[in-house]
Write a protein that binds this ligand. Structure first.
Ligand code: ZN
Length: 172
């Protein structure tokens, strides 16, 4: 049954947004993220100390592939240390990802859904990004042979100051 569901709506991964208060619970969020990072195959992108995109509250972004869901989410259910967490998929509809498709651990936060595109949004797990963006057929030497999506969104490296440059892609 679960297989049927995931196939009917293509999902490329998940985000877990761990909400925190920069003045009070940033260290808690750091501990939670560190523990997740040690135990599971996830990418912890950054700590967003100011509201960004649809998120009205500071949050840390954890990115993972579909197959990690069954490990990461149950862990967060039991070990979120009182923090509220949004878990959303990465489908072709960012608005649905953050509303109808989303799950909350703790208390739901009202999101600014109008900031989201009706389309793909948000950074994918690294391997997925390779799988979905490195598919153009480019004959060597033939120059401009259909460079389909030749400029994929630059994967922000861990530790870079992503807040310093506004991202063209929607923040989700
Ligand atoms: Zn997200």
């Amino acid at each position: 049954m679960t297989e049927k569901t995931t196939q009917s709506v293509a999902n490329l991964g998940y985000h877990a947004h761990i909400y925190y208060d920069p003045a009070k619970t940033r260290d808690v969020a750091q501990r939670v993220c560190a523990a997740i990072g040690e135990q599971f195959k996830v990418e912890i992108e950054e700590f967003r100390d100011t509201p960004r995109g649809p998120h009205p509250i500071s949050n840390a972004l954890v990115i993972f592939k579909p197959e990690e869901f069954e490990r990461v989410v149950p862990y967060l259910m039991l070990n979120r240390d009182g923090l509220d967490v949004l878990v959303h998929p990465l489908t072709e509809d960012a608005v649905e990802d953050h509303s109808g498709y989303a799950i909350w651990l703790g208390n739901p936060v009202e999101l600014k859904l109008h900031t989201l595109p009706r389309g793909r949004g948000g950074r994918l797990p690294s391997a997925c990004e390779i799988a979905t963006t490195l598919t153009p057929v480019r004959a060597p030497g033939s120059g401009t042979a259909r460079p389909r999506r030749s400029v994929p969104t630059p994967p922000p490296e861990r530790g870079t100051h992503a807040t310093e440059h506004p991202e063209p892609a929607a923040i989700t």
